[in-house]
Design a protein around this ligand. Structure first.
Ligand SMILES: *[C@@H]1O[C@H](CO)[C@@H](O)[C@H](O)[C@H]1NC(C)=O
Ligand SMILES: *[C@@H]1O[C@H](CO)[C@@H](O)[C@H](O)[C@H]1NC(C)=O
Ligand SMILES: *[C@@H]1O[C@H](CO)[C@@H](O)[C@H](O)[C@H]1NC(C)=O
Ligand SMILES: *[C@@H]1O[C@H](CO)[C@@H](O)[C@H](O)[C@H]1NC(C)=O
Ligand SMILES: *[C@@H]1O[C@H](CO)[C@@H](O)[C@H](O)[C@H]1NC(C)=O
Length: 463
């Protein structure tokens, strides 16, 4: 279990990323630049303008301008006030009519002149004149080079349109990438067809900030020097891989020996998922049995379902993959999401013969609705996650679970007052049915801080 203080450390940083990423995660992709309307449409508009103007000219020429003054100027019948009133009345009515007609004409002129303006602007764009304000589809600067290629839509061959509902394919790309164009441009400044730069740290930074997924690149990812093939299953499940199976560029620890030593050191440098690299230590004892508190055992959880019906699942924020390893021993296939924060988690999970998935909490889970038997998450979901993000993540977990599937929320961390005020209402809103629920005060030096853990087994209802 990652100590909360450690988590807090890593999380503050992440929270900021998460906030930023949230702004964009759910939006689709827009075209990279406003594309000019087809020429035919332009022509049509032009004709409309000309026609409108012809009407104006016709009207102004007086042909039907009906500001008819009385045939003769009103005679002044000083002695006949009734006649005078009648004349004045008639004149007033005529003037009112004329004024209305003028207003109508003016607005028609207005309309045709603004149409003319837009047609001229359109024609200017066709001829390559720079419009006054440029729209790069939300990018601060006009994307160029490999970045432009990676983000622009690509036309489908004729005949595919009915299947896709579009005649162009847009690349999958994190909406928030637009907020970090400088960094993204650096990431995309590579030698096309050559070897990719050594920039894992930059890629990770961008993904954590919400530029996820990143654009694809046309370069060959580097291999570690002295790669060693993995151990065979099932031995690989509990083997720390050789140091040379991975590229270590951005990490403090430059080998697994260092990571294992760090896990065993008392105190030491706070780090993310510190214990998980020591497969002989705490990691080996996790989920072996119910501990009477918030620690549930895997077998007791599996017993809550009909035998053999838990077959496939997901572990969110699964560190080095030990949950998936324990499930593999029970013939359950579990995919582990993990981010390479501070250590090469994905490579480690993969070397154990388990499936790593690089995914932040901001991403919609890449599964169809109603397919998984179990979703587990320990420590990844906690009070560092902004409420709206947490709620969206829980609804997404509900979505991917099959009816009767279970969500095992393991060691959700929060402060005492937050539990009933904030989190229980969120859990209830999602619509899970509680099979097990255990809240317990965190027992360590920080106990006076009223910190709590909740573990729960939540079922997606059958109907
Ligand atoms: C003037 O016109 C109004 C309506 O426009 C009418 O009600 C009124 O009787 C008229 N007055 C005279 C003196 O014709
Ligand atoms: C003409 O258009 C402008 C801007 O579109 C508007 O502010 C103005 O009120 C319009 N005038 C008339 C008479 O419609
Ligand atoms: C492992 O990495 C640490 C630093 O991260 C270094 O001091 C140590 O020499 C390395 N050990 C081996 C065997 O490479
Ligand atoms: C897992 O599957 C294998 C092969 O089908 C079987 O021999 C083994 O008993 C199963 N293990 C468990 C724990 O069910
Ligand atoms: C939350 O509410 C439940 C039931 O209302 C209560 O038993 C529990 O003590 C509360 N928990 C905390 C941490 O306040």
């Amino acid at each position: 279990m990652y100590a909360a203080k450690h988590r807090g450390h890593a999380s503050q940083q992440q929270q900021q990323h998460v906030d930023e990423a949230m702004l964009g995660g759910v939006h689709g992709h827009r075209p990279t630049a406003a594309r000019p309307a087809p020429r035919r449409a332009k022509l049509k508009i032009l004709l409309v303008v000309i026609a409108t103007n012809l009407v104006s000219v016709y009207l102004f020429s007086g042909a039907s301008l009906s500001v008819h003054l009385p045939a003769s100027a009103p005679r002044i019948h000083l002695w006949d006030s009734a006649a005078l009133l009648r004349d004045l009345n008639a004149t007033r009515a005529e003037l009112a009519g004329a004024r209305a007609e003028l207003a109508a004409l003016r607005s028609q002129c207005n309309a045709s002149s603004s149409l003319l303006e837009s047609v001229l602007a359109g024609l200017g764009a066709v001829h390559g004149d720079a419009p006054e304000t440029r729209d790069f589809g939300g990018w601060p600067e006009e994307p160029a080079g490999e970045l432009k290629l990676a983000i622009e839509p690509h036309r489908l061959p004729l005949g595919f349109h009915p299947n896709f509902g579009t005649d162009e394919l847009f690349p999958g790309l994190g909406f928030a990438c637009r907020n970090f164009q400088d960094e993204l441009a650096r990431y995309m400044a590579y030698d096309a067809g050559g070897e990719c730069p050594d920039d894992d740290a930059l890629a990770l930074q961008l993904a954590l900030k919400g530029c996820e997924p990143l654009p694809r690149r046309r370069c060959r990812a580097r291999s570690p020097v002295g790669y060693v093939e993995p151990a065979p299953l099932p031995r690989s499940l509990w083997s720390v891989p050789p140091d040379t199976t991975v590229r270590w560029a951005p990490y403090t620890c430059k080998n697994y020996t260092c990571l294992v030593r760090r896990a065993r050191a008392r105190g030491g440098v706070p780090s993310f998922c510190k214990d998980c690299f020591d497969l002989e230590g705490k990691e080996r004892r996790r989920w072996q049995a119910d501990n009477g508190g918030v620690g549930f055992g895997i077998d007791s959880v599996l017993r809550s379902r009909a035998p053999g019906t838990v077959r496939i699942g997901l572990d969110i924020g699964g560190g080095t993959g030990t949950f998936a390893a324990r499930m593999a021993e029970r013939n359950v296939t579990v995919v582990t999401t993990t981010m390479d924060l501070d250590a090469p988690f994905s490579a480690f999970v993969a070397s154990r013969g388990l499936v790593p998935l690089q995914l932040t909490l901001m991403q919609r889970l890449p599964f169809a609705d109603g397919v998984l038997d179990i979703v587990h998450s320990m420590n990844a979901l906690s009070n560092w996650v902004p409420d709206a993000v947490l709620e969206a993540a829980l609804f997404d977990i509900y979505r991917v679970l099959r009816p009767g599937g279970v969500f095992w929320l393991d060691h959700f961390f929060c402060l005492g007052p937050q539990l009933n005020a904030t989190y229980v209402p969120i859990f209830d809103r999602v619509g899970f049915r509680r099979l097990r629920w255990k809240a317990g005060r965190k027992l360590d030096l920080s106990a006076e801080r009223n910190e709590w853990y909740v573990s729960a087994l939540l079922e997606k209802p059958m109907t």
